[in-house]
Design a protein around this ligand. Structure first.
Ligand code: GUN
Ligand code: FE
Length: 424
């Protein structure tokens, strides 16, 4: 048993942050045992880590991020999705046929995730099984919880990124066979989005999902253009989400719909019915997508929500700044489209970034008893002018924080090193 003494903040529900000062968080075998105002009799003599001025919070979950796009962050942010993909993203992703390039980028990407306090992620690779496999193995060896997808695209894609339907299915089956038994970083089906996937491919992936018990990540009603393309290409489906439902892709494991900005009532009904997550990626939608998720209304409708960095349509791996940005966007949405929309609170945004997103991986993202102790100690955001409560420290960190404000990272109770996540 170990104890952590000081200020502790977490998010048991979307309504309110839980805040403890001068308290003791007990960890047994990497799992939270409880939080106490004083050291309980039974824990006398257990080693105590003093948090000092730092605040202990759960580590973040990034439910939508493109590892191969890491070198592209902060570039071409003045373009919109179709041009951004064609001119920048697709040429970069084609380079992941080269293993040396892929290894270097993926090592840097994983370091950056950890540096930003993201210890759980749902990740797009590229169409290339070997380099995507390397990414998955790297995450697995570090013990980070992740779902990683070999991307599928067999139509309306540049030559270097267009698979044959049979080749895409064959390589995906092999990928699932190879990595399906992983403990931490597991495969997930990853058809890029409806415009680049044929009906045969999606139905074939649905059969693989059922056979191997593997879920789905994709971009769902992410832009007006994409939603219209989905309707044009699949005229027998009433909405984007129904394409995946008909293909049998929503019943085999976690379902992650990135963006979900322009859902019809049908999209909402279907995603909710299958227990999928809608992932808001605030920076990405400001930059290349130009739409705002109705997060408040979706939450009220009972859809599970999470946050994503969407590197590199989003320019940073920091999920914590996405929490601040989600609050800002909620206000804009409610201001410009008041009908049916409401702003969201910081407590709700932090919940999306921690417990609600973390639920996809199991018991991570909170400090209730039984949750894995995946945690960050944050500090250094206060100034000399006024003291901050622990909850205010967290809020400021989510707006103005940087990696230097993450003073310690813990994965299943073990402290991570500053670089590359080596345990020390
Ligand atoms: N839609 C299809 N591919 C992509 C991508 O790489 N990034 C984003 N943001 N949207 C997409
Ligand atoms: Fe994306």
């Amino acid at each position: 048993m170990e104890l952590y003494h000081g200020s502790i903040v977490y998010s048991p529900s979307a309504e309110k942050l839980a805040e403890h000062t001068d308290s003791y968080l007990a960890v047994e075998g990497g799992v939270v045992e409880g939080i106490y105002p004083t050291v309980p009799e039974s824990l006398r003599g257990a080693p105590i880590t003093e948090l000092g001025q730092n605040v202990l919070i759960p580590a973040f979950s990034d439910l939508h991020v493109h590892a191969p796009q890491y070198p592209q962050r902060g570039l071409a942010m003045d373009e919109l999705l179709p041009d951004w993909l064609a001119h920048h993203t697709f040429p970069l992703e084609a380079r992941f046929a080269e293993m040396d390039f892929a290894r270097a980028v993926y090592d840097a990407f994983v370091d950056d995730l950890i540096a930003h306090g993201t210890l759980h992620a749902v990740v797009f690779g590229t169409i290339h099984p070997a380099s995507t496999g390397y990414l998955l193995s790297r995450l697995e060896s570090l013990g980070l919880d992740a779902y990683v997808g070999k991307v599928n695209m067999d139509t309306a894609s540049p030559d270097e990124l267009r698979e044959t339907t049979e080749g895409s299915l064959r390589e995906t089956a092999r990928f699932l066979e190879q990595y399906g038994a992983n403990r931490h970083a597991r495969p997930i089906l990853t058809p890029r989005f409806a415009p680049t996937c044929s009906r045969e491919l999606l139905f074939g992936l649905g059969r693989l999902g059922a056979k191997y018990g593997v879920g789905l990540q994709t971009h769902l009603v992410e832009s007006r253009w994409e939603a219209a393309e989905a309707r044009r290409l699949f005229p027998d489906c009433s909405c984007d989400t129904q394409i995946y439902e008909r293909a049998g892709l929503l019943d085999n494991g976690p379902v992650v719909g990135a963006h979900f900005i322009f859902p019809s009532p049908g999209d909402i009904r279907i995603l909710k019915k299958h227990g999928g997550w809608a992932v808001q990626c605030p920076d990405a939608t400001i930059s290349v997508i130009a739409g705002i998720m109705s997060a408040g209304a979706l939450a009220d409708a009972g859809v599970k929500l999470a946050l994503g960095s969407d590197l590199a349509a989003g320019h940073s791996a920091a999920v914590y700044t996405q929490a601040g940005r989600a609050v800002q966007l909620g206000k804009l949405k409610a201001f410009y489209e008041p009908e049916g929309n409401r702003a969201i609170s910081f407590a709700q945004a932090f919940h999306m970034a921690t417990k609600q997103g973390g639920a996809l991986f199991g018991k991570v993202g909170s400090f209730e008893p039984g949750y894995r102790f995946d945690a960050l100690a944050i500090g250094g955001v206060a100034d000399a002018f006024q003291p901050l409560t622990p909850a205010q420290t967290v809020e400021r960190f989510c707006y103005a924080g940087e990696t230097k404000h993450i003073r310690a990272r813990y994965l299943a109770g073990k402290k991570l090193g500053e670089k590359g996540g080596e345990t020390i």
